[in-house]
Ligand binder design. Sequence first.
Ligand code: HSE
Length: 305
Amino acid sequence: MKKIHLKGPATIGNVGPGFDIFALSLKKPFDEFTIELIDSKEITVEIKGNVPGLPTTPMDNTGSLAIIHMLEELGINEGIQITIEKKMPIGSGLGSSGASAAACVYGVNRLLNLGLGENEMVDIARKGEVASGGSPHADNVAGALLGGFIFIKSYNPMEICRIEIPDIPVVINVIKKKERTTRGFINEELPLSDIREQSSHCAAVIHSLMNTNIKDFGKAISYDFISEPVRANAIPGYWQIKEKILENGAYGFNICGGGSSVFAICSRENKNRIAEILYQEISKQNIKPYIIKTETGNEGIKEIK
Ligand code: HSE
């Protein structure tokens, strides 16, 4: 086999309190990829369609950078052509860069029969993320690769745990962040009392999923002492929007990964209403609304025809 076509889902990193260790996979949006072995010993990137801001220079694209690390670490000299059909918004915290890195590593693993396991693939793919946000965080790549809800049991050695989840309604408003990355704003130090709370909420997220309790899941994902307080500053009216959404019966609300998109968890019956209120609240802040009504999905990177 010389060529493989793949689909890679959008993901919400952090999922509230799980900074760099939680991710939730979505049914849509998703991107499509073609990974192909080529005769020249080069790695090339082609983007289908007009996607301003998506780099094609191999060292600057998360997919090709992941492959560069992969081939270098394994001592392989191969030419690879990556074609990306971008269908999801970029630079908005929906894991588009992570999906590219995960798909590329998955594709090359298959094409060259390398036999890498999930943990090894995640550990390589996360290095591609450096091209996007400057940090090799593994949450989005693991979520894209495996689907469902993932948490990182250990970064060193890399060990991922995946939980199969029910279809949970998710309403997103896409907001592109102004900066390339907002990680630099995050405080490196956290008081012990906040660490205690943060750990409790992380445990509550896992517990709620183990019990398939979507209300408790929503509640648990609405707390965060690391990313939300800082990244909310870049979203006009964030705290009022959150209050309004929760007042109207959403189970939970927080920021998607590195931002600046926001997401709500709600019941199936309340999905349209939450989408409507989110639309109105975002409009009040003079932000152009861009609502996506979706749900969580258990599918990770998948081969397509
Ligand atoms: N864990 C990452 C971050 C997710 O918070 O920067 C980026 O989507």
